[in-house]
Ligand binder design. Sequence first.
Ligand code: SAH
Length: 258
Amino acid sequence: MKGKVWLVGAGPGDPTLLTVKALYCIRQAEVIVYDRLVSDEILQEAPSHCKMVNVGKLPNYHPIPQDDINDCLIQLALQGHNVVRLKGGDPYVFGRGGEEAEALAAFDIEFEVIPGISSAIGGLACAGIPVTHRDCASSFHVVTGHLKQGKDPLDWSQFSRLGGTLVILMGMSQIKHICQQLMDGGKPVSTPAAVVRYASRDNQQVVTGTVANIAQRAEEAQIKSPALIVIGGVAAKHTTLSFQATCRHISELAEFVA
Ligand code: SAH
């Protein structure tokens, strides 16, 4: 009999932001296929007999091709294993979860999606940045800075004309270019901007500025991937809306989740 695959969102990093269903799935797992962005503390919730398969970037920084990841899930399920496919944030937000679900569907393999808190919304909230605010953003646009090879480059000028918050994922290597294109497209140079690395984790870093200087400030603070770039008035709210999380470790909630 074929196994089933659960496409599970692990949230932005803080393990206490897992959903109840995600934690349940991880604790019952027989095989977990996980990405680089999933925290060790979350992986430690798996039972000791669980087979752990890392499909994140290899030590030589080469990503495993998506087709190989799809094949891995398909083979495990065809062998009868129940598989937890654990991804950072939400599995359908730039996580290639849609591609994996399609590959499973093509083999008639049962799957279920367990949504997670996306870094693009919840991660920003943890950094004191509300993705919308009636004073300055009545829409938000989540964009990838890194397109599939062979795709036409993004027309950043069209995003300059949008009034809402721009949240850019996987954009750090292009931050200078992105900000320049936005300004060339008419985004006012004084538009607030921020970068957030390791949102929601103990080592979260936030740098603020404007679309004109955020690339340089991020470079000075040595902010690298994984980080979010936020352009829009909400970025300036960080100063007043930052907070200390009650807890960031499952062990601190032991009585509730035992
Ligand atoms: N599915 C994920 C996004 C995967 S794409 C989600 O919903 O959050 C990977 C990119 O997400 C990273 O390059 C980075 O831009 C962003 N990202 C994910 N987790 C993050 C975190 N904790 N802090 C900052 N950026 C994060």
